[in-house]
Design a protein around this ligand. Structure first.
Ligand SMILES: [Zn+2]
Length: 304
Protein backbone atom coordinates (compact mmCIF):
# COMPACT_ATOMS: atom_id res chain seq x y z
CA UNK A 1 0.00 0.00 0.00
CA UNK A 2 1.36 3.40 -0.91
CA UNK A 3 1.07 6.48 1.22
CA UNK A 4 1.46 10.06 0.27
CA UNK A 5 3.84 11.73 2.68
CA UNK A 6 2.41 14.94 4.10
CA UNK A 7 4.99 17.56 5.01
CA UNK A 8 3.18 19.45 7.79
CA UNK A 9 5.79 22.23 8.04
CA UNK A 10 5.47 22.88 4.30
CA UNK A 11 1.67 22.77 4.49
CA UNK A 12 1.75 25.36 7.29
CA UNK A 13 3.97 27.69 5.22
CA UNK A 14 1.58 27.45 2.30
CA UNK A 15 -1.44 28.46 4.39
CA UNK A 16 -0.07 31.96 5.12
CA UNK A 17 1.81 34.57 3.09
CA UNK A 18 4.49 32.70 1.20
CA UNK A 19 6.70 32.68 -1.85
CA UNK A 20 7.66 29.77 -4.05
CA UNK A 21 10.78 29.30 -6.15
CA UNK A 22 10.89 27.11 -9.20
CA UNK A 23 12.50 26.43 -12.53
CA UNK A 24 11.30 25.33 -15.93
CA UNK A 25 12.77 23.96 -19.13
CA UNK A 26 15.67 22.32 -17.34
CA UNK A 27 16.78 25.48 -15.54
CA UNK A 28 16.64 27.79 -18.57
CA UNK A 29 13.80 29.63 -16.86
CA UNK A 30 13.65 30.58 -13.20
CA UNK A 31 10.47 31.67 -11.51
CA UNK A 32 9.20 33.21 -8.30
CA UNK A 33 5.66 33.82 -7.10
CA UNK A 34 4.31 35.28 -3.90
CA UNK A 35 1.04 35.57 -2.05
CA UNK A 36 1.25 38.49 0.39
CA UNK A 37 -2.17 39.63 1.54
CA UNK A 38 -1.14 39.86 5.21
CA UNK A 39 2.13 41.64 4.35
CA UNK A 40 0.35 44.36 2.40
CA UNK A 41 -2.50 44.62 4.91
CA UNK A 42 0.06 45.13 7.70
CA UNK A 43 1.67 47.96 5.73
CA UNK A 44 -1.78 49.50 5.24
CA UNK A 45 -2.50 49.36 8.97
CA UNK A 46 0.92 50.63 10.05
CA UNK A 47 0.92 53.60 7.69
CA UNK A 48 -2.83 54.28 7.34
CA UNK A 49 -2.42 54.37 3.59
CA UNK A 50 -5.09 55.35 1.10
CA UNK A 51 -6.18 52.51 -1.20
CA UNK A 52 -4.11 54.01 -4.02
CA UNK A 53 -0.96 53.99 -1.86
CA UNK A 54 -1.76 50.54 -0.44
CA UNK A 55 -1.71 49.20 -4.00
CA UNK A 56 1.48 51.02 -5.04
CA UNK A 57 3.41 50.23 -1.86
CA UNK A 58 2.14 46.64 -1.84
CA UNK A 59 3.33 46.05 -5.40
CA UNK A 60 6.84 47.34 -4.66
CA UNK A 61 7.03 45.37 -1.38
CA UNK A 62 6.14 42.13 -3.17
CA UNK A 63 8.70 42.78 -5.89
CA UNK A 64 11.31 43.27 -3.15
CA UNK A 65 10.20 40.10 -1.34
CA UNK A 66 10.83 38.05 -4.48
CA UNK A 67 14.03 39.89 -5.41
CA UNK A 68 15.31 39.47 -1.83
CA UNK A 69 14.86 35.72 -2.21
CA UNK A 70 17.15 35.78 -5.25
CA UNK A 71 20.08 36.66 -2.98
CA UNK A 72 22.29 33.88 -1.70
CA UNK A 73 23.65 36.05 1.13
CA UNK A 74 21.85 35.84 4.45
CA UNK A 75 22.91 39.30 5.58
CA UNK A 76 22.28 41.13 2.31
CA UNK A 77 19.60 43.79 2.26
CA UNK A 78 17.89 45.01 -0.88
CA UNK A 79 16.35 48.46 -0.91
CA UNK A 80 14.06 49.41 -3.78
CA UNK A 81 13.11 53.06 -4.10
CA UNK A 82 10.73 54.73 -6.48
CA UNK A 83 10.78 58.49 -6.88
CA UNK A 84 7.98 59.90 -8.95
CA UNK A 85 6.34 63.15 -10.00
CA UNK A 86 2.87 61.93 -9.00
CA UNK A 87 1.01 62.61 -5.73
CA UNK A 88 2.50 59.51 -4.00
CA UNK A 89 5.93 61.16 -4.32
CA UNK A 90 7.98 58.09 -3.62
CA UNK A 91 8.17 54.63 -2.08
CA UNK A 92 11.01 52.94 -0.22
CA UNK A 93 11.04 49.26 0.69
CA UNK A 94 13.72 47.00 2.12
CA UNK A 95 13.80 43.20 1.98
CA UNK A 96 16.17 40.41 2.99
CA UNK A 97 16.47 36.88 1.70
CA UNK A 98 14.20 35.49 4.43
CA UNK A 99 11.04 36.91 2.86
CA UNK A 100 10.91 39.83 5.29
CA UNK A 101 10.04 43.25 3.93
CA UNK A 102 9.26 46.70 5.29
CA UNK A 103 8.40 49.88 3.50
CA UNK A 104 6.78 53.29 3.45
CA UNK A 105 5.36 55.86 1.08
CA UNK A 106 6.30 59.55 1.06
CA UNK A 107 2.65 60.59 0.97
CA UNK A 108 0.56 57.78 2.51
CA UNK A 109 -2.71 59.68 2.04
CA UNK A 110 -2.25 60.41 -1.67
CA UNK A 111 -5.45 59.86 -3.54
CA UNK A 112 -6.72 59.88 -7.13
CA UNK A 113 -10.10 58.94 -8.61
CA UNK A 114 -10.27 55.29 -9.75
CA UNK A 115 -9.84 54.72 -13.47
CA UNK A 116 -12.76 54.17 -15.83
CA UNK A 117 -12.11 50.40 -15.69
CA UNK A 118 -12.45 50.46 -11.90
CA UNK A 119 -8.73 50.01 -11.17
CA UNK A 120 -6.68 52.19 -8.87
CA UNK A 121 -4.59 54.61 -10.92
CA UNK A 122 -1.13 53.62 -9.66
CA UNK A 123 0.53 54.85 -12.86
CA UNK A 124 -0.69 58.41 -12.32
CA UNK A 125 -0.11 58.15 -8.58
CA UNK A 126 3.58 57.45 -9.20
CA UNK A 127 4.06 59.56 -12.32
CA UNK A 128 7.41 59.74 -14.08
CA UNK A 129 10.71 59.28 -12.26
CA UNK A 130 13.24 56.62 -11.31
CA UNK A 131 13.45 53.18 -9.77
CA UNK A 132 16.63 52.37 -7.89
CA UNK A 133 17.92 49.22 -6.25
CA UNK A 134 20.64 49.15 -3.61
CA UNK A 135 22.23 45.90 -2.44
CA UNK A 136 23.84 46.26 0.94
CA UNK A 137 25.92 43.74 2.80
CA UNK A 138 28.10 44.34 5.88
CA UNK A 139 31.74 44.69 4.88
CA UNK A 140 30.99 44.95 1.17
CA UNK A 141 30.71 48.12 -0.91
CA UNK A 142 26.98 48.70 -1.54
CA UNK A 143 26.00 48.08 -5.14
CA UNK A 144 23.30 50.21 -6.66
CA UNK A 145 21.70 50.90 -9.99
CA UNK A 146 18.95 53.13 -11.21
CA UNK A 147 16.62 53.09 -14.20
CA UNK A 148 13.97 55.54 -15.38
CA UNK A 149 10.37 54.51 -14.76
CA UNK A 150 8.87 53.22 -17.98
CA UNK A 151 5.32 52.85 -16.72
CA UNK A 152 4.69 53.79 -13.09
CA UNK A 153 2.64 50.61 -12.64
CA UNK A 154 5.68 49.08 -10.82
CA UNK A 155 5.61 45.60 -12.41
CA UNK A 156 6.70 46.86 -15.84
CA UNK A 157 9.26 49.09 -14.17
CA UNK A 158 10.78 46.14 -12.29
CA UNK A 159 10.85 44.11 -15.51
CA UNK A 160 12.62 46.99 -17.23
CA UNK A 161 15.09 47.17 -14.34
CA UNK A 162 16.04 43.50 -14.81
CA UNK A 163 16.46 43.98 -18.55
CA UNK A 164 18.42 47.23 -18.40
CA UNK A 165 20.48 46.64 -15.29
CA UNK A 166 21.04 42.87 -15.24
CA UNK A 167 20.43 42.02 -18.91
CA UNK A 168 17.92 39.40 -17.74
CA UNK A 169 14.69 39.32 -19.79
CA UNK A 170 11.89 39.03 -17.23
CA UNK A 171 8.13 38.93 -17.03
CA UNK A 172 6.81 40.55 -13.87
CA UNK A 173 3.24 40.64 -12.58
CA UNK A 174 2.19 42.39 -9.36
CA UNK A 175 -1.31 42.97 -8.07
CA UNK A 176 -3.06 44.27 -4.97
CA UNK A 177 -6.84 44.14 -4.74
CA UNK A 178 -8.20 46.59 -2.20
CA UNK A 179 -11.80 46.18 -1.05
CA UNK A 180 -14.35 48.97 -0.68
CA UNK A 181 -13.64 48.84 3.09
CA UNK A 182 -9.99 49.78 2.25
CA UNK A 183 -8.72 46.41 3.49
CA UNK A 184 -6.56 44.25 1.25
CA UNK A 185 -8.60 41.45 -0.33
CA UNK A 186 -5.65 39.77 -1.98
CA UNK A 187 -2.13 40.54 -3.11
CA UNK A 188 0.43 38.60 -5.04
CA UNK A 189 2.91 38.56 -7.86
CA UNK A 190 5.34 36.65 -10.00
CA UNK A 191 8.74 37.09 -11.62
CA UNK A 192 9.70 34.74 -14.47
CA UNK A 193 13.20 35.12 -15.91
CA UNK A 194 15.05 33.76 -18.92
CA UNK A 195 18.55 32.60 -18.06
CA UNK A 196 21.46 33.34 -20.44
CA UNK A 197 21.47 30.92 -23.41
CA UNK A 198 17.74 30.29 -23.05
CA UNK A 199 16.63 29.17 -26.53
CA UNK A 200 14.36 31.55 -28.42
CA UNK A 201 11.57 28.98 -28.68
CA UNK A 202 11.26 28.86 -24.87
CA UNK A 203 10.99 32.65 -24.78
CA UNK A 204 8.34 32.54 -27.48
CA UNK A 205 6.32 29.91 -25.68
CA UNK A 206 6.50 31.89 -22.45
CA UNK A 207 5.27 34.95 -24.31
CA UNK A 208 2.34 32.92 -25.68
CA UNK A 209 1.52 31.57 -22.21
CA UNK A 210 1.59 35.07 -20.72
CA UNK A 211 -0.95 36.36 -23.23
CA UNK A 212 -3.67 34.71 -21.18
CA UNK A 213 -2.56 36.48 -17.98
CA UNK A 214 -4.25 39.84 -17.60
CA UNK A 215 -3.94 40.50 -13.90
CA UNK A 216 -2.47 38.69 -10.93
CA UNK A 217 -5.40 39.67 -8.75
CA UNK A 218 -7.79 37.85 -11.14
CA UNK A 219 -5.71 34.68 -10.70
CA UNK A 220 -5.73 35.10 -6.92
CA UNK A 221 -9.47 35.80 -6.91
CA UNK A 222 -9.93 32.55 -8.82
CA UNK A 223 -8.32 30.84 -5.82
CA UNK A 224 -4.86 30.28 -7.27
CA UNK A 225 -1.87 29.85 -4.97
CA UNK A 226 1.65 31.00 -5.97
CA UNK A 227 2.33 27.42 -7.11
CA UNK A 228 -0.84 27.39 -9.23
CA UNK A 229 0.14 30.73 -10.78
CA UNK A 230 3.58 29.48 -11.84
CA UNK A 231 2.14 26.18 -13.08
CA UNK A 232 -0.33 28.18 -15.14
CA UNK A 233 2.21 30.64 -16.56
CA UNK A 234 4.71 27.84 -17.24
CA UNK A 235 2.18 25.33 -18.53
CA UNK A 236 3.70 22.76 -20.92
CA UNK A 237 7.14 23.99 -19.87
CA UNK A 238 8.15 21.31 -17.33
CA UNK A 239 7.71 23.52 -14.28
CA UNK A 240 9.56 22.19 -11.26
CA UNK A 241 9.09 23.69 -7.80
CA UNK A 242 12.16 24.08 -5.60
CA UNK A 243 10.69 25.31 -2.32
CA UNK A 244 8.13 27.42 -0.49
CA UNK A 245 9.19 30.02 2.08
CA UNK A 246 7.11 32.13 4.48
CA UNK A 247 7.12 35.88 3.84
CA UNK A 248 6.03 38.74 6.09
CA UNK A 249 6.10 42.43 6.89
CA UNK A 250 8.86 42.78 9.44
CA UNK A 251 10.75 45.85 10.59
CA UNK A 252 13.15 44.99 13.40
CA UNK A 253 13.38 48.50 14.83
CA UNK A 254 13.83 48.47 18.60
CA UNK A 255 14.82 50.48 21.67
CA UNK A 256 18.61 50.39 21.06
CA UNK A 257 18.12 51.69 17.50
CA UNK A 258 15.83 54.44 18.78
CA UNK A 259 18.52 55.44 21.30
CA UNK A 260 21.15 55.57 18.56
CA UNK A 261 18.85 57.80 16.51
CA UNK A 262 18.48 60.19 19.45
CA UNK A 263 22.24 60.12 20.11
CA UNK A 264 22.77 61.22 16.51
CA UNK A 265 20.90 64.47 17.29
CA UNK A 266 23.96 65.64 19.19
CA UNK A 267 24.82 66.71 22.70
CA UNK A 268 23.22 70.17 22.75
CA UNK A 269 19.83 68.90 21.59
CA UNK A 270 19.89 66.11 24.17
CA UNK A 271 20.90 68.54 26.96
CA UNK A 272 18.03 70.80 25.94
CA UNK A 273 15.52 67.91 26.18
CA UNK A 274 16.88 66.91 29.59
CA UNK A 275 16.59 70.48 30.90
CA UNK A 276 12.92 70.51 29.85
CA UNK A 277 12.35 66.97 31.20
CA UNK A 278 11.23 65.96 27.72
CA UNK A 279 10.83 62.39 26.57
CA UNK A 280 12.29 61.91 23.10
CA UNK A 281 9.93 60.29 20.64
CA UNK A 282 11.34 58.40 17.69
CA UNK A 283 8.96 57.29 14.96
CA UNK A 284 10.22 54.53 12.68
CA UNK A 285 9.71 55.51 9.03
CA UNK A 286 9.45 51.92 7.91
CA UNK A 287 6.78 50.61 10.27
CA UNK A 288 5.29 53.63 12.05
CA UNK A 289 6.28 52.26 15.47
CA UNK A 290 6.84 54.94 18.13
CA UNK A 291 9.76 54.51 20.50
CA UNK A 292 10.23 56.67 23.58
CA UNK A 293 13.49 57.62 25.24
CA UNK A 294 12.85 58.93 28.78
CA UNK A 295 14.86 61.81 30.34
CA UNK A 296 16.80 59.47 32.65
CA UNK A 297 17.84 57.40 29.62
CA UNK A 298 18.83 60.64 27.85
CA UNK A 299 21.15 61.37 30.80
CA UNK A 300 22.67 57.88 30.36
CA UNK A 301 23.12 58.60 26.64
CA UNK A 302 25.07 61.77 27.44
CA UNK A 303 27.33 59.89 29.82
CA UNK A 304 28.07 57.31 27.15
ZN1 LIG B 1 10.23 49.97 12.48
Amino acid sequence: MEHEVIDFADARVRRGDHAVRGTAMGGMIRAFAVSSRETVQTARERHHTSSLVTAALGRLMMAAQMMGLMSKNDDELLTLSVRGSGPIGGLTVTANNHGQVKGFAHHPNAWLPVRADGHLDVRKGIGSGELSAVFDQPGVMPYSSEVPLVSGEIAEDVAYYFAASDQVPSAVGLGVLVGADTNVRNAGGFIVQLMPDCPDEFAEQLEQNLKGVDSVTDLLEAGMSPTDILKYILRDMEYEELDAVPVEFYCGCDEPRAKRAVAALGESVIRDMISKSETAEVICHFCGQRHYVAPDVLVELLEE
